[in-house]
Design a protein around this ligand. Structure first.
Ligand SMILES: Cc1ncc(COP(=O)(O)O)c(C=O)c1O
Length: 382
């Protein structure tokens, strides 16, 4: 079963015992920078590589401010805090996401509300968001409240699924209309562009992840991106234990977080960042081959970028004709050591979040059990 499809996947990658979903590539200055970092002795939360990495990423994304942290989850938590999200608030997001998206909301004490995805981008649907807010929200003194819970809807996190762009312009407009702070979870979309602008730089704050399975990695790592200086300074302060700068005294003015990226991870990341453009092109050429192959396939359709975007195709994605076809394909592939993957379980169905408010999640439920992620590593033979 699925012999043609699996042979095709094998033909795309150099012969190897197994084909992982996404593996890191270290083909640049990694070794040099790591050695340099070790020699300097500055391997922890202070060091030149962290500063260089922030500066280089700011230049590449044209974001005015970049604050490096130890994970995408940390960056998302801080993004919510600096946007004023508190325990008695609610935050809208999509159910189709990695658990970190909802967890970051829960860390603040706020409650997530799960809204449907768009069927093309597989990210938060502007249509569903507007319909939900029109029906369920009211505005008072330029603040948005939930009619049913009377709580303030303070923020909305859109996640750019698998590196594809959400309908970010429309989402931004809706959030402005309803006085809600928009945050981009662009963990998966490092290097992706919409209308030539980096994803993660559209909203008041955006975040990236540099976890080991992302397009570039520092082993771990994340950043918050923003054009708002006050917000970025707050994020830097909160993520560095809220310590007031002083030559030797320990003074802290808030309950801060020890979220700063280590210099040794930043050394690795800086070398990886130098390769980002090359990696994006490499992954786009892989996507092109997948797209051509699955064009007339009767069991699967390829999820493509829209005309205004340039995706990093972090994970190439198929929609199977039904759940059984998806499961059979993944099981057969695993037998042949080709590590395809299904989508996450919908966040609305996880034990911790199952009582949260949500809309009908029509597209989410239609697609979530039919998604297949294909092996998408940067190819060395390319
Ligand atoms: C959509 C999404 N959000 C957040 C994260 C969290 O990033 P990290 O693993 O760096 O904490 C990830 C990936 O891991 C992700 O895929």
């Amino acid at each position: 079963m699925f012999k043609t499809e699996l042979n095709f996947i094998k033909s795309l990658f150099a012969p190897q015992e197994q084909i992982p979903l996404h593996e890191p590539r270290f083909i640049g200055n990694e070794q040099n920078y790591l050695n340099e970092c070790l020699k300097s002795g500055f391997v922890s939360s202070v060091g030149e590589f962290v500063n260089k990495f922030e500066k280089t990423l700011a230049q590449k994304t044209k974001s005015k401010f970049v604050v490096a942290m130890n994970s995408g989850t940390s960056a998302l938590h801080i993004a919510l805090l600096v946007n004023g999200v508190k325990a008695n608030h609610e935050v809208i997001t999509q159910s189709l996401s990695f658990v970190a998206t909802a967890n970051a909301i829960a860390y603040t004490g706020a409650k997530p509300i799960f809204i449907d995805i768009d069927e093309k981008s597989l990210s938060l649907s502007p249509k569903a968001l507007r319909a939900f807010l029109k029906k369920t929200a009211f505005i008072k003194d330029k603040k948005c409240f939930n009619k049913s819970t009377k709580k303030r809807i303070k923020a909305c996190i859109v996640m750019h699924s698998f590196g594809l762009s959400a309908k970010i312009i429309e989402l931004k407009q809706i959030c402005e209309d309803f006085h809600i702070a928009l945050i981009e979870d662009a963990a998966e979309a490092v290097g992706s562009l919409y209308k030539n602008k980096a994803l993660g730089t559209f909203a008041k704050a955006g975040i990236y992840s540099f976890n080991g399975n992302k397009i570039i990695t520092g082993g771990c790592g994340g950043v918050l991106l923003s054009d708002d200086e006050k917000l970025a300074l707050k994020a830097r302060h909160l993520s560095t234990t809220a310590k007031i700068a002083h030559a030797y005294e320990y003074k802290h003015d808030k309950v801060g977080y020890n979220y700063r990226l280590c210099n040794i991870n930043a050394a690795l990341l800086l070398a990886q960042l130098e390769k980002l453009g090359e990696f994006v092109e490499n992954k786009r050429s892989l996507a092109k081959q997948y797209k051509a192959f699955f064009k007339d396939n009767k069991n699967f359709s390829f999820v493509d970028e829209s005309k205004d975007e340039k995706s990093n195709f972090w994970l190439n994605t198929l929609i199977a004709k039904d759940e059984n076809t998806r499961t059979a394909f993944i099981e057969q592939a695993h037998k042949e050591k080709i590590y395809l993957r299904p989508a996450w379980q919908g966040l609305h169905s996880l034990k911790m979040y199952k009582n949260c408010q949500r809309d009908e999640l029509k597209n989410t439920l239609k697609f979530i059990s039919r998604i297949v992620n294909l092996p998408s590593s940067v190819r060395l033979k390319d």
